[in-house]
Write a protein that binds this ligand. Structure first.
Ligand code: FES
Ligand SMILES: [Fe+2]
Length: 414
């Protein structure tokens, strides 16, 4: 049986409320289908506007087989291109980030404008037409300081995503921030295990002593039920909304993304060991309300986020292989905040550096156990693991739709 049908059959036969079969977490063919049908076709959070503030600023990223470069052009627009030279295909930008007046391929110096046009190719003959050899564009949208790209030639409409998340992000003015610190770790586990672990806090009390000082593990906070019937959360939403901060729980109809604002424990204001702010200069000069808790935002398959009063933390998930996933964390602070004056890097990053490492170990142990021939999917806790069930429901429905929805050939991908 071909892999597509096998995967589909496995999706259909899945036991509701249980984990997935082993192949979903380890099989290279299943991984390839995940990449082709999700990562190469959907909108992916990739970085922040504040990482490319000036024309010529760029950063690069690898999504599966696709190297991509994101650049701010001369008109101030953020653009994304396939990072593959139109001459012989070399990577045009090899650095992780940088600034360049033009994009010059290091191999034979073909030179591209920041908008992708080929400006110069030495001695290619009279009949060579540079206009036919621009860098190939990648769809790119920026919303509330977040850059999303889509590798598909015909991407799905981004406007619904924009409409839901923009009001939540707007007051935090994340375009006026800078990355105070970033870390990239590799977790030896399938990307779905990284997400499953992220979507519940059932594991928090036993594994995250630092995070548990401030972040509530209650399923009404971390889950996907809406939580309006939790009086503490209802009160929090009311207070924040009165201060002009959209806060109530909202999820897209297809379950792919969600925004909600939750209180932290005991009036904590930030993810620090004391619960006090890590950054003296507030993130946004229009958010003056104290104790706004954390704006939680996820967008499958690449990002979850925490936006606080003093800083914001974004997480980017990119698969590297069937059992390897890269997780990049960025700590954003106000662009004028000064290290050593307004914040101390160790204090700012301590809780999530520890938490990430703890989660890495959890995911790796999980992956280890799942690779055992003795593994069989077990039941999730409906009370604590509603978020995991929701993630899997999204994944299964999404894959089923893509695999049965007619034309899913790779030729649809740029
Ligand atoms: S491959 Fe880029 S200039 Fe030759
Ligand atoms: Fe965790």
């Amino acid at each position: 049986m071909d892999m597509r049908n096998e995967l589909l059959r496995n999706l259909k036969n899945r036991k509701p409320g249980y984990g997935l079969e082993q192949a979903f977490y380890s099989d290279p063919d299943y991984y390839r289908l995940d990449m082709e049908n999700i990562f190469y076709r959907d909108w992916l959070f990739i970085g922040h506007d504040c990482e490319v503030t000036k024309p010529g600023n760029f950063f690069t990223v690898q999504v599966g087989d696709y190297p991509v470069v994101i650049v701010r052009d001369r008109q101030g627009q953020i653009r994304a291109f396939h990072n593959s030279c139109r001459h012989r295909g070399s990577r045009v930008c090899a650095a992780e980030r940088g600034t360049s007046a033009k994009l010059v391929c290091p191999y034979h110096q073909w030179t591209y404008e920041l908008d992708g046009r080929l400006l110069f190719a030495r001695q290619m003959g009279d009949d060579f037409d540079p206009s036919q050899h621009s860098l190939k564009p990648v769809h790119c949208e920026s919303v509330g300081g977040y850059i999303f790209i889509c590798l598909a030639q015909n991407p799905t409409d981004f406007s619904a995503t924009r409409a839901l998340i923009e009001p939540y992000l707007a007051p935090h003015k994340l375009t006026d921030t800078k990355v105070a610190y970033q870390s990239t770790i590799v977790e030896k586990g399938n990307w779905k295990l990284v997400w499953e672990n992220n979507r519940e806090c059932y594991h928090c009390v036993a594994n995250h002593p630092e995070l548990c000082k401030t972040f509530p593990e209650a399923p009404s906070v971390t889950g996907v039920q809406g939580a309006g019937d939790d009086p503490e959360i209802a009160e929090h939403w009311q207070r924040c909304e009165a201060a002009g901060l959209p806060s109530t729980f909202r999820m897209s109809d297809d379950g792919q993304y969600r925004a909600t604002r939750v209180p932290l424990l005991r009036d904590s204001e930030s993810y620090t060991m004391t619960g006090r702010r890590a950054v003296g200069k507030q993130l946004s000069d229009i958010v003056n309300e104290k104790r706004i808790g954390s704006l939680l935002l996820f967008h499958y398959p690449t990002t979850w986020n925490h936006i606080l009063g003093d800083h914001a933390i974004s997480f980017r998930v990119l698969p590297l292989g069937p059992d390897e996933t890269q997780v990049t964390t960025k700590w954003l602070v106000h662009k004028d905040a000064v290290e050593g004056v307004d914040y101390n890097l160790e204090e700012l990053t301590h809780v999530w550096t520890e938490t990430n490492d703890q989660d890495r170990r959890i995911v790796e142990e999980n992956a280890f156990g799942i690779r055992s021939p003795a593994y069989e999917p077990g039941p999730y806790s409906t009370e604590h693991e509603g978020g995991v069930l929701q993630f899997l429901e999204w994944y299964c429905r999404f894959m089923e739709e893509r695999l049965t929805g007619g034309d899913t050939r790779l030729s649809k991908v740029a």
